[in-house]
Design a protein around this ligand. Structure first.
Ligand SMILES: *Cc1c(COP(=O)(O)O)cnc(C)c1O
Length: 423
């Protein structure tokens, strides 16, 4: 359905919900309620995804096995802890379009970013720069600058930021590619977000990979806002590595365990890495020998034994993703976000501006709205009425209709309240 066929009536929102083949997935989540028992309109899945009802049971099973078998639960119980991370591999690989050996759940996002840079940021005097998008998530900027300094380089000269032309919020693909073409010989690492957290712009990761590799750069992605949101085919696109967190669109719970992708071409790499026993060849891990022999593939970058409770919580959500299917979710997502855009357009005024690209291919389940005046007041007023989205200083309101649990009625209610809260 195109925007032309949308209309602004409330009945139409209900009709879209009635026709939505994924509508029932909403029942699988715990949706917060206000004191009168009315469900919140939760449009904040880009910050913290809702809790699947099944999470409690998945986590409880491990608590029970811990009570029942203690250390023995590493090898017995319904899901033995020794290989527990393997129970998530297939689902995780499906989310990012990778082979099983290319992914692993471990640590948290910024930690994984550092670990990947240890192996994949190998600067030389000639080739020492890291290219990022301007306005990258602050944690990434801190991590990257600290890596530059760690290697004796100065961010002032070694950090390269792709910056939109004057007046623009989003980058044009040619701007990124021209920059790589121009500076590529001095770039060691191209490190882009999959979807920019502030603007909601989804980058063409295949073309960025190609452009980077053509100039001999390593290419890595931070998929915090892309994993579980947009379609990804990491294996085919061929970046060297990628990292992502799982508490946003992937509903793994606050501070949940993160994901990491290392392309097959590096499966038996002898690049330097920070090692720990969980990355050691698991066939011989408990021989407790003194020399590190990495497991081939992404698992070889593990360091510690993972939190089983965190893995269990993530498994609960990944099982739902697997059942619903990323393709179907993405299809609904495009429609749901286009509907949000349509309703906002119908209310357009000089009080707010959409900064997220209008092309559905270049965005995920998010519309970022710039509100030049008193935007925070709008956001706070909506929150009081149980409509939860996200405010980013100085003037960006980020709204995420998530296809797994948001309805067209949610979007309708949001736009009505938003429009009437504008100063
Ligand atoms: C959410 C987010 C983070 C958060 O990092 P943690 O290590 O999970 O605390 C980092 N980078 C990006 C791009 C993010 O969107």
């Amino acid at each position: 359905m195109s925007a032309l066929e949308f209309n602004t009536s409330k009945e139409f929102a209900h009709e879209l919900d009635a026709r939505d083949p994924l509508a029932s997935y909403r029942q699988r989540f715990l949706i917060p309620k206000d004191s009168s028992g009315k469900e919140w309109t939760y449009l904040c899945g880009h910050s913290l995804g809702l809790q699947p009802k099944a999470t409690c049971q998945y986590v409880n099973e491990e608590l029970e096995d811990w009570a029942r078998y203690a250390v023995e639960a590493h090898f017995r119980g319904r899901h033995p802890w020794m290989p527990y991370h393997h129970f998530l591999t297939e689902q995780l690989a499906g989310i990012v379009g990778a082979s099983n050996e290319e992914v692993v759940a471990m640590n948290s996002l910024t930690v994984n970013l550092h670990l990947m840079m240890v192996s994949f940021y190998r600067p030389t005097r000639q080739r020492h720069k890291i290219l990022i998008e301007r306005g990258a998530f602050p944690s990434d900027q801190y991590a990257i600058k600290s890596q530059l300094r760690f290697h004796g380089f100065d961010p002032a000269t070694s950090l390269l930021e792709a910056t939109p032309r004057a007046g623009g919020s989003c980058l044009r693909q040619e701007e990124i590619e021209n920059l790589i073409e121009r500076e590529g010989d001095s770039i060691a690492l191209v490190l882009f977000g999959g979807v920019n957290y502030a603007t909601g712009q989804a980058f063409d990761l295949q073309r960025i990979t190609r452009a980077g590799h053509n100039k001999g750069c390593i290419v890595g992605f931070d998929l915090a806002h892309a994993a579980g949101n947009v379609s990804l085919r990491l294996h085919d696109w061929g970046p060297d590595f990628a990292v992502w967190c799982t508490y946003k669109y992937l509903n793994g719970g606050p501070g949940s365990i993160a994901g990491c992708f290392v392309h097959e071409r590096h499966r038996t790499s002898d690049l330097p890495r920070f090692a720990g026993w969980w990355g050691h060849n698991d066939q011989v891990r408990f021989k407790m020998g003194p020399n590190f022999e990495p497991t081939p593939g992404a698992e070889g970058w593990q360091i510690s034994n993972p939190s089983i409770l965190a893995l269990a919580a993530l498994r609960a959500s990944l099982d739902i993703f697997h059942e619903a299917g990323m393709d179907r979710l993405r299809e609904k997502s495009v429609q749901l976000t286009s509907y949000l855009e349509f309703l906002l357009q119908e209310r357009r005024s000089n009080k707010f501006f959409q900064i997220t690209p209008t092309d559905p291919e270049r965005r995920g389940a998010q519309i970022s709205i710039r509100i030049p005046k008193n935007g925070k007041t709008v956001c706070d007023a909506l929150a009081k009425g149980g409509i939860i989205a996200d405010w980013r200083e100085p003037d960006i309101f980020r709204v995420a209709p998530v296809p797994l649990y948001n309805s067209y009625a949610d979007v309708f209610r949001f736009v009505q309240s938003f429009a009437s809260s504008l100063p």
